[in-house]
Design a protein around this ligand. Structure first.
Ligand code: ATP
Ligand code: MG
Length: 602
């Protein structure tokens, strides 16, 4: 492609809307244009990158035997009502674009395709003989993200590869899941990314496995906790660890004491001259079921630890039917104003004890009549602890489970692991924290969708069973930008060769120099012929300006038909290292081919 003929516009300054380098660079280098909030046009250079990423994804998927298809983006509400997700996706998280067509039918734009594919499977799969099956597609997804940001990182329309597998049993699912783990590692390695696979939250579905693939970068929205021995890495939402050892409590006698102005753990520990590990903190949460029911939750946890709300949400979701609900719509720490909806009397906020009476709840059919009480694992072993006295300005000291307080029957791990905690697999290993960009997610779904939507098959014994499912996603457009976030310098993008829009760019410093032009034209033809995808900068502009653009757009190899032409040579510059060398014109193709092979294989 000749730059003189291409829609090629670079910007000197980075637009104010962009805060992270990759977003700034993609805008400045003319790869993308913002059309609306979270909506982007992929211009020709970007589209080439996206196609290269897609092709790598496709090759790795096909190698596992998965079959490519294309499912509709427009999805009727009936499917989502069958699976039970219509309300959660249109109301609670509200992430699905849903509307009515002219006949008054409800439809939505696909944020994901479990419902569609399960319907296909339901109609096409009858017998275990047809299993396993794995279908995937690469297409635009729509999600009404509450905070679209960072360009392609969190868009409202973005490109995803999503695949869904169907199995007769868990064992077969696990095999495909393991194949996907390998395929994903291959894809990301081939795309030139530095990534880690981390244990991920599987939501309320549980299931034995869910793994995310993270590109490590400061701009990442996820936090990853890992150990340096390489044996543990998890999304903070899922992470577990050994909490620090508790300090022995100095309070041997049970008593209630006045503790003015101590509503926080820090203020209380200071006032009582004790460690936060001597304090049982009681945190109040308000959950809302999809039946509109308010559920008040009290979590008792050691004073130095915080509640991991993802873990709490999962525990509560498992109990949804006890509240007459199918799912939970939200989980929040209620503000004073919100408390008025359900509190029968003023709560002793900041001084709550684990046995806060259910009489604090209004009696109403819309309010679950009892606090749902949880104890984090950290508190079960605590002795002689300090906790609230249910009276503002007062705490009790030297309290014990089984004496003054009853340990809640639900003792689970609800704590948030933090950097510095010791690892469970080896207490010598300390968790470290890094930021990650989630580029892929593989998930053992089990029978959640097949059971709800009655997608069944007949096994060898003639029994009818729900299909066992897995799902596997790659954020194609997010991945492309993540590559830039990970690989750039002050002058611009440094594309990994495998996903660069073009491999090489020939810059003619002065287009009125007919010899230089002729040499460039000849090389341009030869290189393209040899499979080196090449741009020709034949614009009537200053050499320095063209070099700047070449650096900005990040093409791996730059060839300059300059002064050394007299000796039959051109200057070849590698974008990543800025290393320049003079190469005889007749050797250019072979040299670049060699470099490309090395770069793409590694
Ligand atoms: P996130 O936690 O970042 O919102 P998710 O877990 O909801 O993502 P999945 O449903 O697992 O996303 O989707 C599969 C992949 O699609 C993700 O791993 C991610 O790479 C990509 N993706 C998800 N949401 C977006 C988005 N709004 N913009 C760009 N890519 C996205
Ligand atoms: Mg995910």
């Amino acid at each position: 492609m000749r730059l003189s003929q291409m829609l090629f516009v670079t910007l000197k300054e980075s637009p104010a809307e962009a805060v992270i380098p990759s977003h700034q660079l993609l805008l400045r280098a003319g790869y993308i244009r913002r059309i609306g909030s979270g909506i982007y046009s992929y211009l020709p250079l970007m589209w080439r990158v996206l196609q290269k990423v897609s092709q790598i994804v496709r090759e790795e998927m096909n190698a596992t035997g998965a079959q490519e298809c294309l499912l509709p983006q427009l999805q009727p509400s009936e499917l989502w009502k069958e699976s039970g997700r219509w309300d959660t996706y249109t109301k609670a998280e509200g992430i699905m674009f849903a509307f009515e067509d002219r006949q008054g039918r409800e439809v939505a734009l696909g944020p994901t395709h479990e419902e569609v594919i399960t319907t296909v499977a339901k109609e096409s799969i009858r017998s275990y003989r047809q299993l396993p099956q794995h279908l995937y597609q690469i297409q635009s997804k729509f999600r009404d993200e509450i905070r679209p940001r960072f360009g392609l990182m969190r868009g409202r329309e973005f490109i995803m590869k999503d695949g869904y597998s169907f199995h007769a049993d868990e064992e077969s699912l696990k095999k495909t899941y393991a194949d996907m783990d390998v395929a994903y590692r291959n894809m990301f390695r081939r795309c030139g990314l530095d990534f880690v696979a981390v244990e991920a939250d599987s939501g309320a579905i549980g299931g034995s496995g869910s793994q995310e693939f993270m590109v490590l970068a400061d701009a990442g929205e996820d936090e990853v906790l890992y150990t340096e021995d390489g044996k543990y890495a998890a999304n903070v939402e899922k992470a577990t660890s050994l909490p620090p050892d508790a300090v022995e409590s100095p309070f041997e006698k049970f008593e209630k004491r006045e503790t003015p102005n101590t509503p926080t753990i820090a203020s209380l520990a200071e006032f009582a001259k004790c460690s936060p590990t001597n304090i049982v903190k009681n945190v109040l949460y308000e959950a809302v079921g999809d039946n509109g029911k308010l559920i008040l939750v009290l979590v008792s946890i050691r004073g130095d630890r915080d509640v991991n709300e993802v873990k709490l949400q999962n525990e509560l979701s498992k109990m949804a039917s006890e509240f007459g609900a199918k799912t939970l719509l939200s989980l929040t720490v209620p503000e004073a104003e919100a408390m008025q909806k359900w509190a029968a009397q003023q709560l002793p906020t900041g001084y709550i004890s684990p046995d806060l009476s259910d009489d604090y709840l209004q009696k109403s059919k819309d309010i679950h009549p009892k606090f749902v009480r949880f104890a984090d694992e950290t508190v079960a072993e605590m002795k002689n602890f300090v906790t609230g006295a249910n009276e503002p300005g007062y705490h009790v000291f030297g309290a014990n489970w089984g004496k003054e307080f009853t340990l809640p029957s639900r003792v689970v791990n609800l704590q948030k692991s933090v950097a510095g905690d010791r690892a469970l697999h080896d207490s010598q290993q300390v968790l470290k924290s890094a930021r990650g960009i989630e580029v892929g997610h593989i998930f053992q779904l089990g029978t959640k969708y097949s059971a709800a939507m009655e997608a069944t098959f007949t096994n060898e014994q003639g029994e009818e069973l729900p299909l066992v499912m897995g799902c596997y996603g790659v954020g194609v457009s997010r991945l492309a930008q993540a590559a830039v976030e990970q690989s750039h310098d002050k002058d611009g993008i440094i594309w990994p060769v495998a996903i660069a829009p073009y491999h090489a760019i020939i810059v003619v410093p002065n287009i009125s120099d007919s010899e230089a032009m002729a040499a460039a034209e000849k090389l341009y033809a030869e290189m393209n012929q040899a499979g080196i995808e090449t741009l020709l900068d034949d614009r009537d502009a200053r050499a320095g300006f063209k070099f700047k653009d070449a650096d900005l757009i990040g093409i791996p190899y730059r060839i300059v038909t300059g002064r050394s032409l007299k000796q039959g040579k051109v200057e070849v510059v590698q974008r990543a290292t800025k290393e320049a060398q003079e190469i005889a014109i007749e050797d250019v193709v072979a040299t670049l081919k060699g470099w490309m092979e090395n770069a793409i294989a590694s």
